[in-house]
Every structure is written in structure tokens, then in C-alpha cells.
Design a protein around this ligand. Structure first.
Ligand code: ATP
Length: 367
């Protein structure tokens, strides 16, 4: 439908705030791209620049390969959905959805048909005659979506469209929105600070921090192989365990990662050994997801680390064990296994399995 390309885009506001700092990002045809990051990281400013509501201070914005920096918003074939829905209170649901068609002078019969189609796709066909104040929050959001979709834009821009809803409805609507958008095949940029939303809805996620793009990739890529320490620590709950280690490559071809009093041994045929070998003699940070660690009995043989359990947390579907390995706090997902009792914790061992996921950065590059 529409491709978007940001090339070295920065936005510096008149008061000197650098809201967006040299961002380059491509959104492919029909792609669902989520911009994720904490409050104030510049997500909305990126969206507003793509919409034409803010001018970039530096850099180029291309729509379908054409420079769009000076293109007025109404010529961009873009529909926006915001968190406050912005429905017209005095108009019926049907008139709200059909409003963009009325503006572009689509005649009433065709307008009515399009509105009915969109409303039935969104499951609000039976409330077309109501006013917005007679709707639930979820229905109002569907009306806002309907109004965005009805003109068949080339690009959707959505800024936290679910943030005012309760969590059950949010989960329901996120599947609905991403399903609908994919069905329509419309390219989308979706802004959120909610990582569950980002990871479940996105084709690709772009993670920002303080105006700077940190990482772009599929949900699996950014979760499993984060590009920076910031992304490693930001994504996932519980947070990724980050341990400092020094790398030592032994001449008879194996690698040890020394974590103070303990070490991880990696034989040369383990790809992780070769991945870290060129850091020989240096300190690095290794990242291990809680779910990649397996609890084993004290004194188990093999690829194990010893930790002291501080406390256990039961979440119904999983149990988390918080423990100290040397001076570092680590969390392990016990994945439904009978949790070890803190009373037995004396020499609990935790095996690494596939856990040493990736060298995220040299320690000197730590955040
Ligand atoms: P949120 O999730 O809270 O909406 P965000 O990631 O969308 O945050 P932006 O709204 O893009 O962030 O803001 C990025 C930075 O730019 C913030 O520090 C914000 O205070 C600043 N900012 C936004 N608009 C202006 C403006 N008109 N003038 C000066 N600074 C601004």
C-alpha cells in the first residue's frame, strides 16, 4: 500500500529538546511496525513527522520512495488513531465512521454501504444508530478504528490506541486490530510503551530510547538477540539476567567465562565459544533469560552454576526463583516444576543448558 522510509531524521524543538536523534527506519509495504519505548523517548514525534504534523529538523521522510518532507498531511493518504478516540459526540456511530467519506464527497448510498461493511468487520454493526456516550470503551475504540479504515488509507498511524482501556479488553482488541490491519494489507506504524502489545502485534519492532533507535527486528529477534544492553534489559518480564564475565580462550580450544568464583565452560564446538573468543582477556556482559535456565539438584554434574536462593515468587502459571550467583542477582523460571523450598537452598545448582544466549556488549559499553 505505502512504504515509509526515514533517512537520518532528527527533530530538535525550538527549546533545544532533541526528541528524535538521527533515526533511519524502513516500513515495508503492508508491514505492521511497532515503535516501542518508554515515555518521552520520541515515538510520537516520529509518528507526527510521518503524518506531516511536525517537520523534521534534519533528514528525509519518503513515502512510496518519494520525498515527502514538504507534502501537506492531507496529501499523504494516512489515517491516524489516537488514544482519546476523538469521536464527535453529537454524531451517531454510523455518521462518525462515515465522516471522512462525507468530507471527500462520497455519495450517501455508497457511503452507507462502506460504513456497514466496516462496522460489521469490527463487530459494531448493531450500534450504528447510537451516540458515542452510549458505547463501551471498546466499542468507542472500534468506531475510531472504523473511521480510520473507511477511507482505505495507504498507511495507518496509531498512537497508543489501547492505553485507555482495561487490560482484558486491551488483549482482545490488540488481536482484533492486528488481524484487521493485516486483512486490509495496510502498512501501519503503531506506537506503544507496552511491550506485550509490541511483541504480540508487530511484524517488526523498533525500540527507541532518548530519541535514538536502539534495535529493529522481529519480536523473536529483538527478544532473543537484542542489539544493545538497553534492549536486553528493557524487553521481557522478568528482565534478562545480565552477568559480567571475563573471557579466557584456552590453547587446547575451549573457552571459560569467569564469573568470580565460578566459571562457565564452553567447548570449542559450541558456537557460543566461538562467538566470544575474540574477547579473550576482556570483560563482557552475558545475557541469560530466566526461562533458559533449568533448576537442578545440588551437586549435579555438568554445566552448572551454583546460586543461593533468596526467595521464590509464585505466579500461578510459573514460579520464579530469585537467587544470587556471587554478587549478581539472577532470576530463574522454574516452569511449573515443583519449586525448591528456600529451606533447602544451601547448594542449589542452576544448569545453563542453552542459556548463554548472546554476548550483548563489552562491559565498557555497558549502559
Ligand atoms: P509518550 O509515550 O509519553 O507520549 P513519546 O515517546 O511519544 O512519549 P514524544 O512525545 O515524542 O515522546 O516526546 C519526545 C521528547 O520531546 C520528550 O522529551 C518531550 O517532552 C519532547 N517534546 C515533545 N513535543 C515537544 C515540543 N513541542 N516542544 C518541546 N519538546 C517537546
Amino acid at each position: 500500500m505505502t512504504t515509509v522510509a526515514l533517512k537520518d531524521v532528527s527533530k530538535i524543538f525550538p527549546d533545544g529538546t532533541v526528541a528524535v536523534d538521527n533515526v533511519s527506519l524502513d516500513v515495508n509495504d503492508g508491514e505492521f511496525m511497532v515503535l516501542l519505548g518508554p515515555s518521552g523517548c520520541g515515538k510520537s514525534t516520529v509518528l507526527r513527522m510521518v503524518a506531516g504534523l511536525e517537520d523534521p529538523s534534519v533528514g528525509a521522510i519518503l513515502l512510496d520512495g518519494e520525498l515527502a518532507n514538504d507534502l501537506p498531511p492531507r496529501e499523504r493518504r494516512i489515517a491516524m488513531v489516537f488514544q482519546d478516540f476523538a469521536l464527535y459526540p453529537h454524531m451517531s456511530v454510523g455518521d462518525n465512521i462515515g465522516f471522512p467519506l462525507r468530507l471527500s464527497r462520497v455519495e450517501p448510498t455508497a457511503r452507507g454501504e462502506r460504513v456497514a461493511d466496516v462496522a460489521s468487520a469490527l463487530g459494531i454493526g448493531d450500534v450504528l444508530g447510537r451516540k458515542p456516550n452510549q458505547l463501551s470503551g471498546g466499542q468507542r475504540q472500534r468506531v475510531a478504528m472504523g473511521r480510520a479504515i473507511v477511507r482505505r488509507p495507504g498507511l495507518f498511524l496509531m498512537d497508543e490506541p489501547l492505553s485507555n482501556l482495561d487490560s482484558g479488553l486491551r488483549a482482545e482488541l490488540r488481536a482484533e486490530i492486528s488481524g484487521l490491519v493485516r486483512e486490509l494489507g495496510v502498512s501501519t506504524i503503531y506506537v506503544t510503551h507496552d511491550q506485550a502489545e509490541a511483541l504480540t502485534m508487530a511484524d517488526r519492532v523498533a525500540i527507541m530510547r532518548r530519541g535514538v533507535l536502539q534495535d529493529v527486528g522481529t519480536p523473536t529477534q529483538v527478544y532473543g538477540r537484542p542489539a544493545t544492553l538497553y534492549v536486553a534489559a528493557f524487553l521481557g518480564s522478568p528482565r534478562m539476567n545480565l552477568l559480567e564475565a571475563s573471557v579466557y580462550v584456552h590453547l587446547d580450544r575451549y573457552v571459560t567465562l569467569n564469573l568470580g568464583e565460578q566459571a562457565i565452560y564452553l567447548p570449542w564446538d559450541d558456537i557460543r565459544a566461538r562467538a566470544v573468543a575474540h574477547y579473550h582477556g576482556e570483560r563482557i556482559v552475558i545475557g541469560m533469560r530466566a526461562e533458559a535456565l533449568t533448576p537442578v539438584a545440588p551437586n549435579s554434574p555438568g554445566d552448572v552454576l551454583q546460586g543461593r536462593i533468596r526467595y521464590l515468587e509464585h505466579h500461578g502459571h510459573e514460579s520464579l526463583a530469585f537467587l544470587d550467583i556471587g554478587a549478581t542477582a539472577v532470576v530463574v523460571d522454574e516452569m511449573g516444576q515443583a519449586p525448591a523450598e528456600p529451606a533447602n537452598e544451601g547448594g542449589a545448582l542452576r544448569r545453563f543448558g542453552h542459556a548463554v544466549q548472546r554476548l550483548t556488549s563489552r562491559t565498557s559499553g555497558a549502559d
